[in-house]
Design a protein around this ligand. Structure first.
Ligand code: GDP
Ligand code: IMO
Ligand code: MG
Length: 424
């Protein structure tokens, strides 16, 4: 049995928190796409952890955590993540498994990312500069180096050829980049040793066997549906399929094996990096959401852009992913607003529309809002859905009616314990 958990907005919905909360119901947690551009935050026992490549089930004693073939791995960042886990005395060789078919991010992929962004100037994507785009380009261009290649003695020759090609490409960008390749490579080769000290597996076979044995698998998405390479706000997207289909190709799991698709969204909206965001706020309300929600990127520390919830975009994401249940995060951040706005339609070419058009740039699209009553109560200490303020219950029911999918979790704070389950 396989369930998926996916972000429905522009990432940072709170996937890490919920995967950690749900892990006790599963045997295996698996990342299927993205790489260290992701920053998934978990909080429990007064500690905060940010994971980039490692699945968010890692803190649970019995769960296996798999980095699937669709993920791109930077050994340097991965080794640093492992170092941060060292104080917890986990037997990682028993619970963290890496797909041989996952592609490697080389130091020169990171440099290419920086060169590409610098060359775009004001049209830059706002990439996290982790080398994600260039690594997926080498994957689809059939030049990439995979984790499994590290088990063969000639991999360093292939590495050299590819890195040299990248250096030529960087020159062609004609931008000033300052780097010391020797030290980057030294760090990279040392980190590769750390990576290969973990079990490398043929993960598609591992999942097939696990399913035969009746194990329960939760696939953990990274980024969000509106950053999907096909369905997101292209070109301001990431370079992988962040939507449900990506879990099939990124793990080797057949579509008919997927049961529940859990779609996760913030009670408002945020975006980090460039690109269209119809409900973005540039006023005090936007500033309040950012401040109260502590909206700073978990990977880059950049301030996230904030705005009201966008039901047009959410419905689109729900449809593409086949979402069966919704989790609403950060409800506590909306406490204190007199009124809360909900975007139900767009004005597009003078018409009122309810679907996402080809381009949602502010030049073409204006949000149309309905206004709901806010609530003043602090939610962060609430332990049961019976204690929720009426106005919040009304907000939840309003969203359920428009989205036509039940909201099964309401999150009222970053900690594991600040998670309220609702009956479907
Ligand atoms: P992810 O990338 O989807 O895992 O999300 P991030 O970790 O990048 O961003 C979510 C942020 O919101 C993190 O700092 C979480 O600790 C925090 N968070 C998650 N759920 C809640 C919530 O219900 N309320 C508040 N106030 N913070 C939350
Ligand atoms: P999690 O998993 C939010 C954004 C970047 C940029 C665009 C492309 O934590 O939700 P990339 O580095 O992939 O080339 O950047 O995508 N982005 C994210 N935004 N959360 C993420 O991951 C993101 N990963 C990438 O800001 O706009
Ligand atoms: Mg994040």
């Amino acid at each position: 049995m396989v369930d998926l958990l996916l972000g429905l907005q522009w990432g940072d919905e709170g996937k890490g928190k919920i995967v950690d909360v749900l892990t006790s119901n599963y045997d295996i947690i698996a990342r299927f796409q993205g790489g260290p551009n992701a920053g998934h935050t978990l909080e429990f026992d007064g500690n905060k952890h940010v994971l980039h490549t490692i699945p968010s089930g890692i803190f649970h004693e019995n769960a296996k955590n798999v980095v699937g073939n669709g993920v791109v791995i930077d050994p340097v960042i991965f080794a640093k993540e492992l170092e941060k886990l060292a104080p917890y005395g986990m037997n990682l060789a028993d619970k963290l498994l890496i797909s041989r078919k996952a592609h490697l991010i080389l130091p020169t992929h990171r440099l290419l990312d920086a060169a590409s962004e610098a060359a775009k100037g004001s049209k830059k994507i706002g990439s996290t500069l982790k080398g994600i785009g260039p690594t997926y380009m080498d994957k689809t261009g059939r030049n990439g180096i995979r984790v499994g290649d590290l088990e063969f003695s000639d991999w360093k020759d292939r590495y050299r050829q590819l890195a040299d090609k990248h250096l030529q490409m960087i020159e062609n960008y004609h931008v000033a980049l300052d780097f010391d390749l020797d030290s980057l490579e030294k760090e990279f080769f040392a980190a590769v040793e750390v990576l290969t000290s973990l079990p490398l597996i043929d993960s598609e076979q591992y999942f097939a066997e696990a399913q035969k044995q009746g194990k329960k698998i939760l696939a953990e998405g990274a980024q969000g549906s509106l950053l999907d390479i096909d369905f997101g706000t292209y070109p301001f997207v990431t370079s992988s399929n962040t939507t449900a289909a990506g879990a099939c190709t990124g793990l080797g799991i057949a579509p008919n094996k997927i049961e529940n698709v859990i779609g996760i969204f913030k009670a408002y909206a945020t975006r980090v990096g460039s690109g269209p965001f119809p409900t973005e706020l540039f006023d005090n309300d936007g500033e309040t959401l950012g401040r109260v929600g502590n909206e700073f990127g978990a990977t880059t520390g950049r301030a996230r852009r904030c705005g009201w919830i966008d039901l047009v975009a959410l419905k689109y994401a729900i449809t593409i992913n086949g979402v069966t249940e919704l989790n609403m995060m950060k409800a506590d951040v909306l406490s204190g607003f007199e009124q809360i706005k909900v975007c139900t339609h767009y004005e597009y070419n003078g018409e009122k529309i309810a679907h996402l058009p080809f381009d949602i740039d502010a030049k073409y699209v204006k949000p149309i809002y309905e206004t709901l009553e806010g609530w003043q109560e602090d939610l962060t200490g609430i332990k049961s859905t019976n204690e929720l303020p009426n106005a919040l219950n009304h907000y939840i029911e309003y969203l359920e009616k428009h989205l036509e999918v039940p909201i099964t979790v309401v999150s009222v704070g970053p900690d594991r314990t600040q998670t309220l389950f609702r009956k479907a």
